[in-house]
Write a protein that binds this ligand. Structure first.
Ligand SMILES: [Zn+2]
Length: 208
């Protein structure tokens, strides 16, 4: 049975790792979605232009990388507004929002609705932030790679990560795309995903 899956990358853009992730996606002929940290986007606007130019989607991660369950509704609202304003100034209208660590509260949902953003979590966690071997990440993802899967990866070293670079995420792209294709699954940006998507971290607890 054919289907679609989404490859997603959080915490960038990063001047070293984001271009290498995009190179790997280009080599694999796959398109993805990048949930960006707005101030980093403001610092590296060329990386967002390249994302769009290569058919990827830019989506919103955060302005400040903080847990929503430790923020007031007003703080969540202010963070999203400030972040969206930065992206808007750069010429990017975003539709999807992944909260930091995928931690979503009732306030997050209300702010998202007010701003016209769709909250998107994931179904398949690469746990790439641990810095483990590529074959273990592929093996773990193989258990949950099915139509509608949303795969979480990181194109930057975010808060709490146990690794000092994203080389293994770069190396994960090719085998992950071939594993998906061997199951007749096509990687598409989130805008091309049919049906309902998860809105949060499956456990709604902080990993990284
Ligand atoms: Zn993050």
């Amino acid at each position: 049975m054919s289907g679609r899956v989404a490859l997603t990358f959080d915490d960038g853009p990063d001047p070293v790792w984001t271009p290498r992730v995009m190179d790997a996606l280009a080599d694999a002929g796959a398109r993805a979605t990048f949930f960006v940290v707005a101030p980093l986007a403001g610092r590296y606007p060329g990386l967002l232009r390249r994302m769009v130019g290569e058919g990827h989607e830019v989506a919103f991660h955060c302005n400040r990388h903080a847990r929503h369950d430790r923020m007031t509704a007003a703080e969540i609202q202010a963070d999203a507004r400030e972040g969206l304003e930065i992206l808007d100034t750069l010429g990017h209208r975003v539709h999807d929002w992944r909260a930091p660590w995928g931690v979503v509260t009732g306030d997050t949902a209300r702010v998202a609705e007010g701003l016209g953003l769709r909250l998107v979590g994931w179904t398949a966690d690469s746990e790439d932030w641990r810095g483990g071997p590529v074959d273990e990440m592929v093996g773990g993802l193989a258990q949950v790679m099915e139509a509608g899967a949303v795969v979480l990866m990181h194109d930057a070293v975010g808060p709490g990560a146990l690794r000092d670079g994203c080389g293994r995420t770069v190396d994960l792209v090719a085998p992950l795309v071939s594993m998906a294709r061997s199951r007749d699954l096509t990687p598409v940006p989130l805008g091309g995903m049919p049906g309902r998507l998860p809105v949060r971290n499956p456990g709604n607890v902080a990993g990284v």
